[in-house]
Design a protein. Structure first.
Length: 204
């Protein structure tokens, strides 16, 4: 079995599994030090993150579930799905025909399986806003736009910390017309209307 795992055609999946283990070790060390790799990936410094206009990307991101999962967790799920998918494909072929698929073929099959798994996980695991009573208290809090471009009538996702430092993903739109919030923009939450928060740009 060790020969199968270390076979050259399984190299991409060994690398993916190794990265997952390394991320776990780094996260444990960060937790011991009082931080979190997940928070750093979810909330990059707004001033260091250039605003980027998304056009077609948000729809793909939504399909994959990026707007429902924290970035680190989504990344780990993707790596685990890729590694398991690749190993499983080659294991079935190895047991039935005593051979392995070349990397050029199995990698694309593993990528396809990863996309499907992330899509299904994104539908099942909703980390977006939590219970309504928890997000009712976010008025006056500062958030950072994460995905998409928010305009009046077309909200986008923002990451917000509550007073207990819990992370929430909420839908935000500008309070005024002719204003757009790009990814990386810091916003001040003012008023909630259903599942959507109206906000203004926060200038520090």
């Amino acid at each position: 079995m060790l020969d199968f795992i270390l076979a050259n055609d399984n190299l991409p999946y060994v690398v993916a599994a190794t990265v997952v283990v390394m991320l776990a070790v780094v996260e444990i060390m960060a937790r011991i030090a009082g931080g979190s790799l997940g928070v750093l990936m979810d909330e990059p410094p707004a001033l260091q993150r250039p605003a980027t206009e998304f056009t077609e990307a948000p729809s793909l991101a939504s399909w994959l579930g990026l707007n429902r999962l924290p970035v680190l967790l989504w990344f780990i799920f993707a790596l685990v799905s890729f590694a398991i998918g690749g190993f499983l494909i080659n294991l079935l072929l190895w047991l039935s025909a005593d051979t392995l698929l070349p990397q050029e073929i199995s990698v694309w099959l593993a990528f396809a399986l990863t996309a499907v798994v992330c899509h299904l996980l994104g539908r099942q695991l909703n980390w977006q806003a939590g219970a309504e009573e928890e997000t009712d208290n976010l008025c006056g809090n500062i958030g950072i736009m994460t995905l998409g471009k928010a305009i009046k009538g077309n909200p986008a996702e923002a990451l917000v910390h509550d007073d207990q430092h819990h992370i929430h993903y909420v839908l935000v739109e500008p309070q005024e017309e002719n204003i757009a919030f790009e990814a990386g923009t810091r916003v001040l939450l003012l008023q909630r209307d259903g599942m959507i928060w109206r906000a203004i740009r926060f200038e520090s």
